[in-house]
Design a binder for this molecule. Structure first.
Ligand code: MG
Length: 474
């Protein structure tokens, strides 16, 4: 005989399964405030986050978006309402907040940011006690609490307290400086141009470089919610101003950050801007030269240049799904030394295994100083691979069928870590991946032969379009 309680439990679980929509995407919860979700949602989701943490103090930081202070207040209210203590860090680069969570002894943290997305977006990232974003399994736990509406309620006696946390930036700056050879870098008196993209790395990177005796020239350094300079995303196209400034000032290096300061794109002394995996490979080469054989973690979409560098030092490369959470968590699990993403994310475990634009910059300077070569010379030392990206509109409900159809065209080695990665020959591959957040199939290919890359892209563009049509889309 089934008890009334069991029936209630079953019904509740059926409702949860039916409603099992995902809120967390590749990088936390991203949304357009007031359009996708209201403040009521933010408060309730924060109550669910607080219930997941259950007790302790949570550190809250935010980027320079117009909606960030408003969302941060709602998040803090939600957390306090379930009995958690909150520390408000205010404006902070994401990696600064992450480092401070672990260093200052918080039980977790929440960062309000939509990283490189346009100004109308914002987002919520949840970090554990180690400062690293919580695992995919823990994200599901929070979603479940939210959907079940099983948030705790604190009364007036147990409601959480509030305090300002003023040590986040100084702790972060000190933490990065402790990881590099200050005297060596200082002796070079580097001239560096930073394109801060109107983002929050303005609060740390220029000061770190000044402590390293660099001559620092900044552009787009005022923090504003419109990202009025060149937008929040540093790309080969948006960093033209940085390239010009590096040449005009005759600088040694240029660096462009994204809106929340966890990614960095580098520019050489001639004004040439490189993709994240190419410049990241220079840092990785240097880091591995000091600890050969150490593990490296990267995503399925990163260049084979990573494997080339790892081979030099007898290191193994582990590949994950696309997403910084996956890289960070894999690094912790395997005690890897270094992590890398093609979008300009570098993760250095001795500091904290999260991507960090300022840490990457400091390591790059130490590398250039130690090797006593220009950045362009270090880059030239790496083999040339060509890459191309494209995307196709595909309704969400058709994605699985379309991907199954595409897989039939696969010959040779197939990797299914995230989407389908097909190896065409030993140095050419194509990755076809349904987007986790948008009605798109993303296509990304790489080859050591530029002509072959064009052929691969054009052949598979036809296959993807044809598969979408056959499944009833397009
Ligand atoms: Mg970012």
């Amino acid at each position: 005989m089934i008890s009334q309680l069991t029936v209630k439990y079953l019904i509740k679980n059926i409702i949860v399964v039916i409603n099992a929509r995902r809120f967390f995407g590749t990088n936390g919860i991203r949304f357009k405030p007031g359009i996708d979700f209201s403040l009521d949602f933010v408060i309730e989701m924060s109550e669910a986050i607080g219930t997941y943490f259950s007790k302790g103090s949570i550190l809250i930081g935010y980027d320079g978006r117009n909606t960030s202070p408003m969302i941060a207040k709602a998040v803090m209210a939600g957390l306090m309402s379930v009995g958690l203590q909150v520390g408000e860090a205010g404006l902070s680069p994401t990696p600064a907040l992450q480092y401070a969570i672990s260093k200052l002894g918080y039980n977790g943290g929440v960062m309000i940011t939509a990283s490189h997305n346009p100004p109308e977006y914002n987002g919520i990232k949840v970090m554990g006690q180690d400062g690293v974003e919580i695992s995919r399994e823990d994200e599901v736990k929070i979603e479940r609490i939210f959907l079940e509406k099983s948030m705790r309620r604190a009364d007036w006696r147990t409601v959480g307290t509030y305090q300002q946390e003023t040590k986040v930036l100084s702790t972060y700056i000190q933490g990065i400086l402790s990881q590099v050879d200050i005297d060596l870098i200082s002796s070079k008196r580097f001239k560096i141009v930073l394109d801060l993209g109107n983002g929050v790395q303005s609060l740390a990177a220029p000061y770190i470089l000044e402590k390293l005796n660099c001559e620092v020239i900044t552009i787009n350094s005022d923090i504003n919610g419109e990202f009025s300079g060149r937008g929040a995303e540093p790309t080969l196209e948006t960093l033209i101003g940085l390239s010009k400034a590096v040449k005009a000032y005759n600088a040694d290096l240029g660096v462009g950050y994204d809106g929340d300061g966890d990614r960095s794109i580098f520019c050489d002394e001639n004004g040439v801007i490189y993709t994240g995996d190419r410049s990241g490979a220079v840092i990785m080469d240097y880091v591995l030269s000091k600890k050969p054989g150490s593990l490296v973690v990267t995503t399925v979409s990163t260049s084979q240049i990573i494997d080339y560098v790892a081979n030099r030092y007898g290191s193994k490369v582990l590949r994950t799904r696309v997403g910084s959470v996956d890289v960070s968590r894999k690094m912790i699990e395997t005690k890897a030394l270094f992590g890398i993403e093609e979008n300009g994310g570098c993760f250095y475990a001795p500091h904290i295994p999260v991507r960090d634009g300022a840490m990457s910059t400091a390591l790059m300077l130490e590398c250039i100083a130690k090797r006593n070569q220009k950045f362009s010379e270090l880059i030239k030392d790496l083999p040339q691979f060509y890459q191309k990206k494209t995307k196709f509109t595909c309704p969400n409900e058709l994605k699985t069928r379309v991907m199954n159809l595409i897989e039939r065209y696969s010959e040779g080695e197939v990797e299914k870590i995230d989407g389908i990665k097909l190896w065409i020959d030993k140095s050419s591959w194509i990755l076809l991946r349904p987007s986790g957040t948008e009605p798109l199939i993303r296509v990304f290919a790489e080859s050591d032969d530029e002509k072959k890359l064009e052929e691969i892209i054009s052949r598979f563009s036809f296959i993807v379009e044809d598969s979408i049509k056959k499944c009833g889309g397009g």
